[in-house]
Design a protein around this ligand. Structure first.
Ligand code: AMP
Length: 350
């Protein structure tokens, strides 16, 4: 539908008002595009402050995006939608795959991000070191992290070290109506070390992976528990949670970078084989470096992550590649611009 575009003025870069929308639209504006924000009415007061947003399209809730009528209105405006975590968490996967609005990147790969079985396959086939998966609660022998399916930003995760602690954590989630049964949970070996999030951009136009930033997350309340002395912690019977509140910038020891690129290149190659057209655009490899410098990858995100918001003005890694501030949001729009110029928009849109 957007394949006849020959000038950047013929389409509008758009995203949902949440997650990393400010950075994405600022980047689009810096590249010369018009921008449109899809916004829930209750957030108008936040988003109207930013002058790089040319138009705001209001809806009651993001779930309204599944309506064909609303999709047609947005298509008529000639938007190209940049997907992020909020799109994934507000639409069902079928709705997302059936959406008629042109989407930047590969919308089919979002199922591989959300579905633990597919995710596991892609990570194994990419030759990643991955944490052991525990198939049954009675096989829990060491410290484990218990997760929910989907992009929940670490909400509802808990630690378990035997069947009883699993059952207790699970019951709490059922009582809080977060889940209906333990079948919705996924048990993984807990990897001891430091969590690191590697932010990449794969360009199908150049057939190249770029490392554009690295971060770690600031999670509540796991990152706050260490502020309470251990004797007090014991009496409080605290339960750690992993709700992402913010992010810190990071650089890695340079000697680790060689492997960082080979992991990302393997991943980009495997995605092409398993879920065409692969991974045009941003993705993130998320894991823990252990004390021997081994990276164990527990997740990937097959789209832009919010940790890239740190680098609206470029990161130390982006700075090595570009002589101008290059955020992930801007990099997306740069790729779209290049694709329009070389008549290859079909390579980066699904
Ligand atoms: P996720 O939503 O899967 O990215 O995970 C949320 C947080 O849980 C991460 O930022 C880590 O702090 C932690 N985490 C997830 N998986 C593991 C693991 N296998 N071992 C240790 N920590 C983990």
């Amino acid at each position: 539908m957007l394949s006849n575009v020959s000038d950047i003025k013929e389409l509008i870069i758009s995203t949902l008002g949440s997650h990393c929308s400010l950075q994405v639209l600022k980047g689009a504006k810096d590249e010369g595009f018009k921008t449109l924000l899809i916004c829930e009415k209750n957030r108008a007061n936040l988003y109207k402050r930013f002058h790089f947003i040319d138009e705001i399209y209001f809806m009651d809730t993001f779930a309204d995006l599944s309506s064909k009528e609303i999709q047609n209105e947005l298509i008529a405006k000639r938007i190209l939608l940049i997907p992020h975590g909020t799109l994934i968490s507000n639409l069902k996967l079928d709705e997302l795959e059936n959406i008629n609005i042109p989407i930047f990147g590969n919308k089919w790969i979002l199922r591989w991000e959300a579905d633990r079985v597919l995710k596991q396959k892609l990570m194994k086939d990419s030759n990643f070191n991955i944490p052991q998966q525990i198939n049954n609660k009675n096989e829990i022998k060491n410290l484990c992290i218990v997760k929910l399916h989907g992009a929940a930003g670490g909400k509802g995760y808990f630690l378990a070290w035997n069947e009883q602690s699993f059952d207790e954590g699970c019951q709490k989630l059922i009582d809080q109506k977060v889940i209906k049964s333990e079948k919705e949970l996924y048990i993984q070996e807990y990897v001891v070390g430091v969590p690191i999030f590697l932010q990449f951009f794969y360009s199908p136009l150049k057939d190249e992976v770029e490392l554009l930033g690295i971060d770690r997350r600031y999670e509540s309340d796991i990152d706050g528990i260490g502020r309470i002395p251990s004797n007090i912690q014991i009496n409080l019977n605290l339960e750690p949670s992993y709700n992402v509140i913010g992010n810190f910038p990071l650089v890695l020891r340079e000697s680790l970078l060689q492997e960082v690129f080979s992991m990302a290149e393997n991943f980009a190659k495997k995605t092409k084989e398993l879920v065409a057209p692969g991974i045009p655009g941003p993705f993130c490899l998320e894991g823990v470096y252990d004390k021997n410098g081994k990276f164990v990858i527990f997740e990937f995100s097959a789209r832009i992550v919010a940790g890239t918001n740190l680098f609206t003005n470029g990161s130390p890694y982006a700075d090595l590649l570009y002589d101008e501030p290059m955020s992930m949001g801007r990099r997306i729009s740069r790729e779209i611009k290049e694709a329009i110029k070389s008549n290859r928009l079909d390579k980066i849109i699904t």
